[in-house]
Design a protein around this ligand. Structure first.
Ligand code: FES
Length: 203
């Protein structure tokens, strides 16, 4: 057993919520990712044991969805949109600048573990293209120059929590629309957790 007892208990609690154990696979992968920052081999074994499917079946789901990470990511995951609305709004220059600044290619993490770079398909902010996410917090209406400013700011300030509204205010431009609800939770991790990180109970 590689998961601590509290995590196993949490997993069992989640499994109880579903008529079939295997249906809990998605949430359990989040629980695994919350533990290590990615889906480790040990977690695949643990999940397979908990819900009674093969390790290959667990791995096939974990590797299909890009938000389940196969390797540790840097402190800041930079996801730059390369889809059509962003492409026609100059995202290629934003991508180039971010890659130049970080010196990273797609899906690479720097040696310090500060940045991971990935180019992604539409992140649902087409009206504010080009758009980028930092730890899944979205910034819209970026220029190549502002993208560099954003990377510099992250490197120098290294904020503990990244909040979309703050990023938008500092580095963004045109937005798709305004939710009119202030986002003050943000993300304190480059990978999504089963619950909002800031609100997550200690496991
Ligand atoms: S195409 Fe980039 S956010 Fe939709």
């Amino acid at each position: 057993m590689t998961w601590e007892n509290a995590r196993i208990d949490k997993a069992k609690e989640i499994i109880e919520m579903y008529p079939q154990k295997r249906s809990a696979l998605g949430p359990l992968l989040y629980l695994a990712q919350d533990k290590d920052g990615y889906i480790s081999d040990d977690s695949i074994v643990e999940i397979s044991r908990l819900i009674g499917i093969t390790e290959v079946q667990v791995q096939s789901v974990a590797s299909f969805y890009s938000m389940y990470k196969q390797e540790p990511t840097g402190k800041y995951l930079l996801s730059v949109c390369k889809s059509i609305s962003c492409e026609i709004s100059n995202s290629s220059n934003v991508i180039q600048k971010v890659k130049e600044f970080t010196n990273l290619s797609n899906n690479e993490t720097d040696d310090e573990g500060l940045f991971t770079y990935e180019s992604v398909e539409c992140i649902g902010a087409c009206g504010g293209a080009p758009a980028i996410q930092v730890n899944y917090e979205t910034v819209e209406g970026l220029t190549p120059e502002k993208a560099v400013d954003l990377c510099k700011w992250l490197k120098e300030e290294q904020p503990k929590v990244v909040v979309a509204d703050e990023l938008q205010l500092k580095f963004g431009g045109t937005k798709s629309f305004d939710w009119a609800i202030e986002d003050n939770t943000g993300s304190s991790s480059p990978v999504p957790g089963f619950q909002t990180y800031e609100m997550q109970e200690e496991i």
